[in-house]
Design a protein around this ligand. Sequence first.
Ligand code: G4P
Length: 281
Amino acid sequence: MQYQWYPGHMTKARRMMQENIKLIDIVVELVDARIPLSSKNPDIDDLARNKYRLILLNKADMADPELTRQWKKYYEQKGFFVCSLDSRKTGSIKEVKSLIQEACKEKKERDRKRGILNRPIRAMVVGIPNVGKSTFINSFAGKASTRTGNKPGVTKGKQWIKINKDVELLDTPGILWPKFEDQTIGMRLALIGSIRDEILNVSEMGLNLIEYLVSNYPGVLADRYGAKEEGDSHQILADICERRGCVMKGGQPDLDKAARLILDDFRALRLARISLEIPEN
Ligand code: G4P
């Protein structure tokens, strides 16, 4: 399977990011808690050199809680500040705010020593498409926040959202392109629905998911479909196909339909809270 991310978009996104990153103190990077490696573009480490870094394991409500804990530790050990959250809820926002303060403590101290008081920390949200950047910005900004800059006829420039007296957020997130060199990464991004399905081979995705589930979440397919988790993934898919009565007009098994069913159930959390990546220690 081949995945495409057009070079033109990539260059534009990169240029925007390079420009904006100069203005900020801390990069708030969203990754998907179900695939914290594949949804992270390592190029950001280069772009955000010398910046404070906060990783948000977003959509944690969909991920395996135990693995999310392990991923948090994994990134903390690499020197990042980390928080897991469901961006649609405002519950974790307080923790994000205090982590930003903590991460930028040194800068605040430096400013204070130079006699610079009340200079807010400037933050920018980055992440690959569909990871939840806009959702996070809305929750983080809340209703009370005010937007500054870009007032017609007054100032030209970026829009900043004043979060509180200490923090300002750039209101346009930086879009990172997923790293597709490795096809496993493409497959994982596809499984969580971050690439449009029309261009993908559904059976191949279903087979891949079945193989992973049988090894890492034994019993899940048996519980949901009564499937026998025996044999290879083709046999298991055929078994689920039969049990669910997925047939084509001529009566042959409709394996694509069965694969689609499993994918939809996975994405809608009807199987379990499943993460597709496990940190290596
Ligand atoms: P983006 O700006 O990074 O492109 O992402 P955006 O905020 O638009 O979010 C993409 C989808 O992910 C949205 O669903 C949003 O509600 C959902 N989402 C964001 N954060 C979370 C989270 O922490 N947990 C869960 N469960 N969902 C989250 P949508 O508009 O309904 O799109 P879709 O679900 O139909 O793709």
